[in-house]
Design a protein around this ligand. Structure first.
Ligand code: UGA
Length: 427
């Protein structure tokens, strides 16, 4: 099949590469010539493990093309995927400007009938809005929702091994046609009404975020009663109805999706006169988790003035260079504000973090360099490599011997045996 993908961010680029890998002819469009030039050379424009290999393979196979020529791409295709950003506005609602611009461009450029597929995370009713914008063009358009469920850092795997594919359409036959693009993927396939598919995306992210806030609240109770949140998570996660995933307590969820989508769903409900009380609490708990952790550090170190603190991790989670809504960034800022000097290291997110952190922050080229002479060490991102550090060496390098593990990443018994004073979340 011939497909255009508008937007080459996480969702757009992974979808373009993934659909090419499934055997389709794909034109991926971005209006920035420098980005297109890089992608044409097989170079990624963001860090995502495994994506470069598949990108180069499909460029070579001539199944994947990158272009700035919107009209040519669209008129060469039967399916057009809208994969642009929907960042949050001040009131929490999703900013649909980019989606509207793309719909307007399709209306202007299309010289044929098309199936337009929304893969951006958009509020319920956006399909109808896009349909309205496309009406100004004389051709026939079907507007379909096909939400994406991939995780950053595991995007290639998630695209090619999804738990399910959801397609929402006003006509079942059109929904099935879009579903046929994924024929090679053996998984659960759900064709729904368009509004239902749009809501499934928000509901999925909001539910996962709720699980995280729930376990974080349990962690806070654990600290009060002397229980261990990891064992509680294991104990409840073995119940198949609960399952063990997204039950890791810590400094709360970050990233470009959960914080934005939970707020957007709360706002969507609110705009329809429904007060989504549970999501309010999810957001409140998540914000509180970062603050609780910062308070824990402040309490133990008494004063942060003139203290040297090593912060390991800046990305919002492991396997990514993305720092959007990263708890690590908030923690660095709060500690600096309280007078500490921060030396930090992240395997991938140093360049992105340098753009937002202060000039005072010291960026080191290894975790060991960050730890050298530190009074205390903070783990703020769950990079597995941090767990594998030589902690005896870290202890030798540090001045103090206190670890604050915001991701419950380390083996408590092991580091305590080495003589560290270890603080984590919910234990
Ligand atoms: C999330 C969803 O998991 C994807 O299914 C969805 O497609 C994506 O948002 C999106 O809407 O585009 P992502 O933001 O890449 O994916 O990252 P996750 O792996 O879900 O982690 C989100 C945050 O939750 C991270 O800060 C992570 O550290 C935190 N987390 C995750 C926890 O604190 N505890 C957990 O048990 C799991």
């Amino acid at each position: 099949m011939k497909i255009s993908i508008i937007g080459t961010g996480y969702v757009g680029l992974v979808s373009a590469v993934g659909l090419a890998e499934l055997g389709h002819q794909v034109w991926a469009v971005n209006r920035t010539p420098e980005k297109i030039a890089k992608l044409q050379q097989g170079e990624l424009i963001f860090f995502e493990p495994g994506l470069d290999k598949l990108l180069r393979k499909n460029l070579k196979n001539k199944r994947l093309y990158f272009t700035t020529d919107f009209a040519a791409a669209v008129n060469n295709s039967d399916f057009v995927f809208i994969c642009v950003g929907t960042p949050p506005k001040a009131d929490g609602s999703a900013d649909l400007s980019a989606v509207k611009v793309v719909a307007g461009q399709i209306a202007q450029a299309a010289r044929k009938n098309l199936i337009v597929i929304n893969k951006s995370t958009v509020p319920v009713g956006t399909g109808r809005l896009v349909e309205k914008i496309l009406k100004s063009n004389g051709h026939k358009f079907e507007v379909v929702s096909c939400p994406e469920f991939l995780r950053e850092g595991r995007a290639v795997y998630d695209f090619l091994n999804p738990d399910r594919i959801v397609v929402g359409a006003t006509k079942q036959a059109v929904g099935r046609k879009v579903m046929s693009l994924f024929a090679k993927l053996k998984t659960h396939k759900l064709v729904t009404a368009r509004e239902t598919a749009e809501l499934i995306k928000y509901a999925a992210n909001a539910f996962l975020a709720t699980k995280i806030s729930f376990i974080n609240e349990i962690a806070n109770v654990c600290e009060k009663v002397g229980a261990n949140v990891e064992q509680v998570a294991q104990g409840i996660g073995l119940d198949k109805r609960i399952n063990p995933y997204f039950l890791k307590a810590g400094i709360g969820y970050g990233g470009s999706c959960f914080p934005k989508d939970v707020k957007a769903l709360k706002q969507i409900a609110g705009s329809m006169g429904y007060d989504f009380k549970l999501l309010k609490a999810v957001i409140e708990v998540n914000n509180g988790q970062r603050q609780n952790f910062i308070n824990k550090i402040k309490k133990e170190l008494v004063s942060l003035a003139y203290k040297n603190i090593a912060v390991l991790g800046l990305a919002f989670k492991d396997n990514t260079d993305d720092i959007r809504e990263s708890a690590a960034i908030d923690i660095v800022r709060a500690l600096e504000k309280a007078g500490a000097t921060i030396k930090t290291y992240d395997p991938e997110a140093m360049a992105t973090a340098k753009r937002v952190l202060s000039r005072k922050t010291v960026f080191c080229d290894s975790a060991y360099a960050a730890a050298a002479k530190a009074d205390a060490l903070v783990i703020a991102t769950e990079w597995p490599a941090f767990a594998g550090l030589n902690w005896a060496k870290v202890k030798q390098l540090m001045k103090g011997k206190i670890i604050f593990d915001g991701k419950n990443l380390l083996d408590q018994a092991k580091v305590e045996k080495l003589g560290f004073k270890y603080f984590s979340v919910g234990k």
